[in-house]
Design a protein around this ligand. Structure first.
Ligand code: UDX
Length: 430
């Protein structure tokens, strides 16, 4: 099938590459000329495992291409997938302007019947409006339907999450549209769940909000564990054997970040509010997460009184391992506070330092290794559980730091081993 994909961010590019890998002929559209040239030369604009290899392979084999010319891409497409961003607006609602722009371009370009498939996360009911909008602006006499097909990929494992997805949600309002989407996904050999368009839109929010809730619940319990002298790691282990709870997303830490959970929790709350419904559980998750992000900073400030003139080692900047993405990363909140307090920050991250430098070019010293960051430090904060950071042994902190005082936001170490190595160690929920 001829597939066009609008937007080459995480959602669009990964979807396009995976459709090509499964045998479809794909053209990815982006307005950014430089980015299109970069992708044509085989370079991925995002850091994502396996993506570049598949981009090169499918481009060379002629199934995948990139363009800025949306008219050319859309006019003869059997299906057009929309994977543009829906970032958060100041009031918490989703910004749908990118979706609207693409919808308008589609309406002006399509010259044959086609299915428009929205992969972007959009508030329930948006796709009804997108369909009407396209119909209102159509230039040619063709039939266009809109389907909802949310994605569930996580950054760092986006390609695997797409090719081996736990399920494909097919949200349509007609048998024709459903059959077309089923045909597109047939080569993936994945479980397919056919639902209404509005249910599909809601499934995406319900999943992300549930996972955000799960994390915030564990963080809440972790905070209580500290007060009652229980260990959240042991508690999570004990919980995980209950199949009704499951073993994933039970890791307490310094809060969730990234491009989805913070945005989607606020967007769902906003949606509910429009219907005069107070989504209390989600509100609680957002609140817990906000406090959790700076929990270790607050603890350390009480212990040290001031950070003025102290050398502070920061290990991990990205919002999670496997990505260079800094959106809503706990490191941002903490580093802003540390700088405000006059700390001298030495930061290490295996891939996200380049992005961090764009925000803080001169205020922070970036190091090549964890050891370099720890050298002579008065205190260390761990914000991301990168493999390179997890491999740093307790003895290394003792050896390099001026005073071995460690605040670990990802519970990388066992408190006993750190104590044995002579380190004053604080983590989450233990
Ligand atoms: C998430 C969803 O997993 C994915 O299905 C959806 O499509 C997009 O949002 P992503 O944001 O890439 O993906 O990362 P994820 O691995 O889910 O982690 C999100 C945040 O939660 C990270 O900050 C991570 O550190 C945190 N987290 C995750 C925890 O604090 N504890 C956990 O147990 C799991």
């Amino acid at each position: 099938m001829n597939i066009a994909v609008a937007g080459t961010g995480y959602v669009g590019l990964v979807a396009g590459v995976c459709f090509a890998e499964k045998g479809h002929k794909v053209i990815c559209v982006d307005t950014d000329k430089e980015k299109v040239e970069l992708m044509k030369s085989g370079v991925s604009p995002i850091y994502e495992a396996d993506l570049e290899d598949l981009m090169r392979k499918n481009y060379e084999e002629g199934r995948l291409n990139y363009t800025t010319d949306y008219g050319l891409a859309y006019k003869n497409a059997d299906a057009i997938f929309i994977g543009v961003g829906t970032p958060e607006l100041p009031d918490g609602s989703a910004n749908l302007s990118y979706i609207a722009t693409v919808a308008r371009q589609i309406a002006e370009s399509v010259e044959q019947d086609c299915l428009v498939v929205v992969k972007s996360t959009v508030p329930v009911g948006t796709n009804d409006k997108v369909e009407q909008f396209i119909k209102d602006f159509l230039i040619h006499d063709v039939k266009v339907e809109v389907a909802s097909n949310p994605e569930f990929l996580a950054q760092g494992s986006a390609v695997r999450d797409t090719l081996k997805a736990s399920r494909v949600i097919i949200g349509t309002e007609s048998k024709e549209a459903e059959d077309k989407l089923l045909e597109i996904y047939e080569p993936f050999g994945l479980p397919m769940v056919s639902v209404s368009r509005r249910s599909a839109e809601m499934i995406k929010y319900a999943c992300n909000n549930f996972l955000a809730l799960k994390i915030s619940y564990m963080n809440d319990i972790a905070n209580l564990c500290e007060l009652v002298d229980a260990d959240i790691e042991e508690v999570a282990k004990g919980m995980s054997f209950d199949a009704r709870i499951g073993s994933s997303f039970l890791n307490a830490g310094i809060g969730y970040g990234g491009s989805c959970f913070p945005k989607d929790t606020k967007a769902l709350k906003y949606l509910a509010k429009q219907y005069y419904y107070d989504l209390k559980t989600v509100g609680a998750a957002v609140e817990v997460n906000k406090e959790q992000k700076t929990k270790l900073f607050t603890k350390a400030r009480k212990r040290l009184i001031t950070f003025q003139g102290l050398k502070v080692a920061v290990l991990g900047l990205s919002f999670k391992p496997g990505t260079d993405d800094l959106r809503e990363a706990p490191s941002l909140d903490n580093i802003a506070l540390l700088l405000e307090q006059g700390a001298n920050i030495y930061a290490y991250d295996p891939v996200a330092m380049c992005n961090f430098k764009k925000r803080y070019p001169d205020e922070i010293i970036y190091t090549h290794t964890p050891e370099e960051a720890l050298e002579g430090a008065n205190v260390c904060f761990i914000f991301t559980e990168w493999k390179e950071i997890k491999e740093t042994t307790p003895d290394t902190y003792k050896k390099y730091m001026r005073t071995p005082l460690v605040y670990d936001g990802r519970n990388i170490y066992k408190p006993e081993e750190m104590k044995e190595a002579g380190i004053e160690y604080y983590s989450i929920g233990r």
